[in-house]
Design a protein around this ligand. Structure first.
Ligand code: GLC
Ligand code: CA
Length: 556
């Protein structure tokens, strides 16, 4: 398989609102990113993914766009963007944008027109339905963010569909004019030199015919079987690829919501000409049984190994995926899968050792390179995320949980955890993100966890990330290769060998907070490529791994 730049490259996701504030208004911005490009480059990053930077009323922090070809004024100007793109390219990195094309903002001109009358030329840009026979929404679909997915438009007496908030009406992709509008917007950015797109909830663009009621099953199943994978999704993705992406040296990274190992190939196999890669939700949601906040299960390593294996097998040699342990939609990876207290440093490094040696494109999220952790928001006034706020509001009506418990649930899995300002140093107020009170409060632990201190410490999480990303560039076996699992059912250790041509590595990871050992008679002459402890304890055919130890061996 040919390793194109985007398969081999490491993606660094920036959530611009929280990255770096250049003009001290409490909101991160494009000039703030420009100031940190050398830093990003020092991590050996190849591709920067920017969460949405377009004009938006910010109901969902930019994932509700009201003009696809303009910059959100809080983030800066088009000149700032052009400079950012140029400066990124100058440093040998690429830049991709977040294409939110399943829905737009209700303040987009298209929707404002569409609302005017049933025969407005923009009416058919959206999904409209009459009320059900008993009045009320046309079917039982629930929004991802709580409540019905339909909102009544008083003027026409019809409902419009919004799978996310009511300020995010779904676009009607059946309408070829809508598709052309989106393709034009894509061309606008690609012509500027942008290197591709992360495609927001793209499997949802085709809706099932007749909008049938969803069955009474868990929400994840409803997404898979009703909202995603609609009858014409592949036709649209092929068209988008043929008319737009394939004409440029650009790629697509899709948010694979509702996709499973059985249908992933239809989206990303090489011969399909649809998407270049996607990230799935099985790992990201492995502790979330049903819905974001309710029914959270403890982290289970064997389950995680099975998920990695299942997806590896599903696309082996035929297609491609990207791997992530966190992004702006999930709690912090070290808090979820590691130990953000006693073994903070060890577990953050160990998790990255695992992630950087999985087959696929490596996708990391801002702040994880210094091991940023979840935050405890003290009351609901401190919460910013619309998903958490909606959950809290709904709970106020249903009284399913006490208010304390609802806040606790938000603090555990809520999206604000990943959206607190990046912690640049310990000396400045708000961790150096902004002199002004940030839009979402900084995690007070910036005193201990920040870029500046870690930059100066050779044993820091940050410098460990740097070395891992550098070795990954030098060894293709990190990126793909045959996997051989060892002690697959061990619930504390994750051990595997990988090989590609002459390259052979072995990865040993201890997910437990005490020492764990295993038989090492198969290990001969080795060189240690990475180790989050000073030593590796191999004696008389036994390896003893310290708490959260992670090691990569080069097997000669
Ligand atoms: C995606 C985004 C998320 C957003 C949603 C609606 O899941 O990652 O942040 O809220 O789509 O656009
Ligand atoms: Ca700013």
């Amino acid at each position: 398989m040919e390793l194109t730049w985007f398969k081999k490259g490491t993606i660094y996701q920036i959530y611009p609102r929280s990255f770096n504030d250049s003009n001290d208004d409490g909101i991160g911005d494009l000039r703030g990113i420009i100031q940190k490009l050398d830093y990003i480059n020092s991590l050996h990053i190849d591709i920067i993914w920017l969460s949405p930077i377009f004009s938006s009323p910010n109901d969902d922090n930019g994932y509700d766009i009201n003009d696809y070809c303009s910059i959100m004024p809080e983030f800066g100007t088009m000149d700032d963007f052009d400079e950012l793109l140029e400066e990124t390219h100058k440093r040998g990195m690429r830049l991709i944008l977040d294409l939110v094309a399943n829905h737009c903002s209700d303040e987009h001109k298209w929707f404002e027109e569409a609302k005017k009358s049933k025969d407005n030329p923009y009416r058919n840009y959206f999904h409209w339905k009459k009320p059900s026979i008993n009045g009320g929404p046309p079917n039982n679909w629930k929004s991802f963010f709580g409540g019905s997915a339909w909102e009544l438009d008083e003027v026409s007496g019809e409902y419009y569909l919004h799978l996310f908030t009511k300020k995010q009406p779904d676009l009607n992709w059946e309408n070829s004019k809508v598709r052309e509008e989106i393709y034009d917007a894509m061309r606008f950015w690609l012509d500027k030199g942008v290197d591709g797109f992360r495609m927001d909830v793209i499997p949802l663009i085709s809706k099932p015919e007749g909008y049938p009621d969803a069955p009474e099953v868990g929400f994840r199943k409803i997404i898979e079987n009703v909202y995603a994978n609609g009858p014409t999704v592949h036709q649209y993705l092929k068209e988008m690829n043929e008319e737009v992406i394939s004409k440029y040296d650009a790629f697509s990274l899709a948010e694979g919501v509702g996709i499973n190992e059985d249908n992933v190939g239809l989206y990303v196999n090489n011969d399909r000409n649809e998407l270049d890669m996607l990230y799935h939700f099985d790992i990201l949601e492995c502790t979330i049984v049903n819905g974001k906040f309710e029914e959270v299960s403890p982290f289970d390593l064997v389950q995680m190994k099975q998920i990695f294996k299942k997806w590896r097998d599903a696309i082996h040699e035929t297609g491609w995926i990207a791997n992530a342990l966190g992004n702006h939609d999930f709690a912090r990876m070290v808090s979820r899968f590691g130990d953000d207290k006693k073994y903070h440093k060890e577990s953050a490094k160990m998790l990255m050792t695992m992630l950087s040696t999985q087959n696929g494109t490596l996708n990391i999220y801002q702040g994880d390179e210094i091991g940023m952790t979840n935050i405890s928001l003290l009351n609901i006034e401190e919460v910013r995320d619309i998903q958490s706020l909606n959950f809290y509001k709904e709970n106020k009506i249903t009284h399913k949980y006490t208010e304390e418990l609802a806040l606790e649930m938000i603090n555990k899995e809520g999206r604000d955890n990943a959206r607190t300002p990046v912690q640049w140093n310990s000396d400045d107020i708000n961790g150096g993100f902004s002199k002004k009170e940030p839009w979402l409060k900084a995690n007070p632990n910036y005193k201990d966890i920040n870029v500046k201190d870690q930059d100066e410490d050779p044993n820091s999480i940050l410098n460990f990330y740097r070395s891992l990303l550098k070795i990954r560039k030098e060894h293709d076996v990190f990126v793909h290769g045959d996997f051989q699992e060892i002690e697959f059912n061990n619930p504390k250790l994750y051990i595997y060998k990988k090989n590609l041509g002459k390259e052979k590595i072995m990865v040993m990871l201890n997910f437990n907070n005490s020492e764990e050992s295993f038989d090492a008679s198969s290990i001969n002459e080795v060189e240690i490529l990475a180790n989050n402890y000073e030593n590796l304890d191999i004696e008389s055919n036994k390896v003893v791994l310290k708490p959260y130890q992670g090691v990569i061996l080069d097997l000669k």
